[in-house]
Design a protein around this ligand. Structure first.
Ligand code: HEM
Ligand SMILES: *[C@@H]1O[C@H](CO)[C@@H](O)[C@H](O)[C@H]1NC(C)=O
Ligand SMILES: *[C@@H]1O[C@H](CO)[C@@H](O)[C@H](O)[C@H]1NC(C)=O
Length: 320
């Protein structure tokens, strides 16, 4: 799915995002580190590739980290802050606790980048955005120019994370309004949900769906019951789509077959307004790749801090 067309299309859309970003005093640029540290992006890519090579799932985990960062007070690396007397860590919010992972890889990237740059110039928020892109590419997905220049926050909020991160039981209207609050539209919702083309979910997130719901393929539900019993096995994993280490359109194909794992996945193909787009993506990898790239750039621009609004953390786990 990596093609010249996708690159050119997303490059064009990057320009329109740049032209319309409003919430910050300065704008992001793909060339932000071009002069201060040309080695930065290749270094991030090296560490991501090594981590994904060691464990393919890490690509999924790094993609999700960027999503969970951006949806809570913007893409400011607040998700990486550990608990302290002044930090209300988001790591313990309901959707994150015992679920978010990849923090050690981010630490490793930070160490490596600061080393090759000779000083700490790359923000943790930018590291998350680049690592998400490099993860998608490493698993065979589309590429896009990542806009850079985000600064890191000095605060975090578990309450805000609990309010803003979408739970898996939301129906389509609730998902649409959750994304709308972030400035993302229905098309962004469907494209970005395609992130579930990689990675697994824990039994407790889909148990109600496989035992209680009717908009599910019976054979699919029965297969899942062996690894996700009625009682116990809460953290047992099942893949979010049939090819969980390949960034492809199998996720959308599954939805069309009523084989979505999470209620929020199947909600996108359940007789509502997004059915057509799910169907279209299911047989058009190029269209999905281009839209996913465009929506990732849009998500990466949510409430960013620039210039004096934030800092470049020395340690991604704590404010300077
Ligand atoms: C539309 C609303 C969404 C809901 C309700 C949702 C919910 C979930 C849930 C419940 C899990 C499993 C967590 C666990 O069992 O520990 C999960 C995993 C995942 N989600 Fe989402 N998600 C949504 C959107 C997204 C978006 C926009 C992306 C990225 C663009 C994304 C990427 C992922 C990935 C890659 C995983 C697997 C993570 C891993 O293996 O570590 N999700 N999601
Ligand atoms: C997070 O998970 C830990 C370990 O399972 C648990 O002890 C703790 O109560 C959870 N925290 C919250 C806030 O739910
Ligand atoms: C099925 O639905 C009922 C009624 O809402 C609920 O009490 C029960 O816990 C659900 N079963 C599962 C396995 O989630």
């Amino acid at each position: 799915m990596v093609s010249r067309t996708i690159f050119c299309l997303s490059a064009f859309l990057v320009l329109s995002v740049l032209a319309t970003s409003a919430s910050s005093s300065e704008e992001l640029s793909p060339y932000y580190y071009y002069h201060v540290c040309p080695q930065a992006l290749p270094a991030i890519k090296r560490v991501v590739e090594a981590a994904v090579c060691k464990e393919k799932r890490m690509g999924a985990s790094l993609l999700r980290l960027h999503f969970h960062d951006c949806f809570v007070n913007g893409c400011d690396a607040s998700v990486l802050l550990d608990s302290s007397p002044t930090i209300d860590s988001e790591k313990f919010a309901i959707p994150n606790n015992n679920s978010l992972r990849g923090f050690e890889v981010v630490d490793q990237i930070k160490l490596e980048v600061d080393k090759v740059c000779g000083r700490p110039v790359v923000s943790c928020a930018d590291i998350l955005a680049v690592a998400a892109r490099d993860s998608v590419v490493a698993l065979g997905g589309p590429t896009w120019p990542v806009l850079l220049g985000r600064k890191d926050s000095t605060t975090a909020s578990r309450d805000q994370a609990n309010k803003d991160l979408p739970p898996p039981f939301l129906d389509l209207p609730a998902l649409i309004s959750n994304f709308k609050r972030q400035g993302l539209n229905e098309r962004d919702l469907v494209a970005l949900s395609g992130g579930h083309t990689i990675g697994p979910a824990q039994c407790f997130t889909f148990r109600d769906r496989i035992y209680n719901k009717t908009n599910i393929d019976h054979e699919f539900a029965d297969q899942l019951k062996s690894s996700c019993p009625l009682k116990g096995g809460d953290s047992n994993l099942a893949p979010l789509d049939p090819t969980p280490v390949q960034f492809d359109v199998a996720y959308f194909d599954s939805l069309v077959k009523k084989r979505g794992l999470l209620p929020s996945d199947q909600a996108l193909f359940n007789g509502g307004s997004t059915d057509g787009l799910v169907k279209a993506y299911s047989s058009n990898a190029k269209a999905f790749g281009a839209d996913f790239a465009r929506s990732m750039v849009k998500m990466g621009n949510i409430k960013i801090l620039t210039g004096e609004q934030g800092q470049v953390r020395l340690n991604c786990r704590k404010p300077n």
